[in-house]
Design a protein around this ligand. Structure first.
Ligand SMILES: [Zn+2]
Length: 131
């Protein structure tokens, strides 16, 4: 059995719940500074509802390929992974929330209020453009 570390390396984990190829990657990931490679979609593993929702949010914000976007997708996958211990769920969920918010910051689809605000600004700009 092999897994793909967020750094992009395919490895054979010694433990079934291992997520990283090395302790260096694990500690880097926990400190939020793992240099992640673009996520390859494994066609054998369909996205969970959560991962799909996160991916859709990132795509709408154009942030899917950004490092924080990739990190958010990895977090969603970890949360959806049945092997993830329930004791880690709350921490992972709040980490995902923060990562997703950071990844979509400045995007126009990060939240409904954000969409409304950017729509409002767009109309204002059109009016001021002398339409
Ligand atoms: Zn790694």
């Amino acid at each position: 059995m092999t897994k793909t570390c967020p750094c992009g390396k395919v490895f054979s984990p010694k433990r079934s719940d291992a997520k990283y190829c090395s302790s260096a990657c694990r500690s880097a990931a926990h400190q939020g500074r793992l240099a992640v490679a673009p996520t390859r979609r494994d066609p054998a593993v369909p996205d969970s509802d959560l991962t799909s929702a996160v991916r859709a949010t990132l795509e709408a914000a154009g942030a899917e390929g950004a490092p924080l976007g990739i990190a958010a997708i990895e977090l969603a996958r970890t949360l959806s992974d049945p092997s993830t211990p329930a004791s880690s769920m709350a921490r992972l969920a709040s980490q995902l929330e923060r990562t997703l918010a950071a990844a979509t910051r400045g995007g126009n689809a990060s939240s409904a209020p954000g969409r409304l605000r950017s729509e409002f600004l767009r109309r204002r700009a059109a009016q001021m453009g002398g339409a």
